[in-house]
Design a protein around this ligand. Sequence first.
Ligand SMILES: NC(=O)c1ccc[n+]([C@@H]2O[C@H](COP(=O)([O-])OP(=O)(O)OC[C@H]3O[C@@H](n4cnc5c(N)ncnc54)[C@H](OP(=O)(O)O)[C@@H]3O)[C@@H](O)[C@H]2O)c1
Length: 412
Amino acid sequence: MIPAYSISKAAGSNLTQSLRSLLKSQGVTVHGVFLGPIDTDMNRGLEIPKAPPAAAAQGIFDGLEKGEEDIFPDPASFPAAEGWRAGIAKRMGFLYQQQPEQLDHDRKATEQEGTLTKPPITARWSGFRIQKISPPPMNSRSLPGFTIEGRIGGAPPKQQEDNMHSLASKTMVVIGGSRGVGRQIVEAGIRNSARVLAVARDEGRLARVAREVPGTETLSLDATDEAAPAKVFGVLKPDILVVAAGAFPPTAPLHKQNWHEFAVNWESDVKIAFHFVKAALSTPLSAGSTIVLISSGAALAGSPNSGGYAGAKRTQIFMANYSQKESDRLGLDLKFLVLAPRMMPDTELGKHAVAGYSHYLGISASDFIKSMATPPTSSDVAAGVIELVTRPNRPKESVFIVTGKGLEAVAA
Ligand SMILES: NC(=O)c1ccc[n+]([C@@H]2O[C@H](COP(=O)([O-])OP(=O)(O)OC[C@H]3O[C@@H](n4cnc5c(N)ncnc54)[C@H](OP(=O)(O)O)[C@@H]3O)[C@@H](O)[C@H]2O)c1
């Protein structure tokens, strides 16, 4: 009912996680407070149960005394605490509390092997080690045939794993289809016999895709433009709409950025997703269509060197959730999916992020890449999209982390 409010609070929460990660090594604890409805002016006139402000304030101090990082201080916030602690925060807890020791152990082992002489600064950046978690977190499960343990024995190699004609007679639009992840998805769509339209701004790059991936249709436009979806759907109305376009995030810690730099992914990634999910619902796309947003693993783990990037990518997850609810309410039979890949060093955006983080941490790009546990490639993400859209039955889950080992469904 109040999407912009929840989205801005989600961004605040993501910032909390990023700061927590950034400042942990300096002994600073960053707390997040998650209030339920409180009896203040903001809620005046709302006929809902509200906690007295004094009780909420007391709850915050109690939480601090108990050493809680995420504090749910009033009775109305207790049910949310349960879901939070059993779900995504459980995973974050693994990352923040156990990673430094694990990383230190890894570093010692690596130093003994003589391959790394730098200090253990990667301990500050825990987000990439998700595959080290064992057993897998409670709120995730692997997909048959595409599991976090690896592909099921005897499965064909990645390039051949598409079902060749599984998308025959389907139309596919890829926003951001001229390079990186989007281009791999375009290629996978063509290999699977879909009719594919690649959309991006740079005409030269699009011409190259059309030349190198025969059969691909192209359209040059700026997807942040409000009129973009109507133009795209006028050329090809998609059964499968993939929104992969996004801007290079800033590569500096929070205090070294201005607002314009911090907000760059909100003005691009969030805006593009907003225009296209809105158009998917209001056009609407045909019943049975699938909309796939390419978010990022940073949406769940935070990314302290990338300004508003993690919050923007988290917002894309919210937008998909909200859109799914609206589709269900309106009986449109659309399916909204989100893929959240970990950092992919093989794309231009990924190389930019690797350069930013290695500079931030004071290590070489190759050492930084070595510190990442099974990063995905752009073709892993494309394989994940094909896997999800060609299943005979739609997956129940809607948000999937992508690593080099495959897809992992998460409750987010
Ligand atoms: N690479 C990673 O490590 C990584 C990790 C997790 C998530 N992701 C996400 O995955 C998505 C794709 O990333 P990538 O690494 O493939 O990026 P990339 O190599 O930079 O490709 C981005 C694509 O989007 C297009 N694009 C950007 N802005 C656009 C706009 N305003 N209108 C139309 N097209 C636009 C680009 O073409 P033009 O510039 O010609 O328009 C290009 O085709 C992004 O949303 C990114 O946040 C990336």
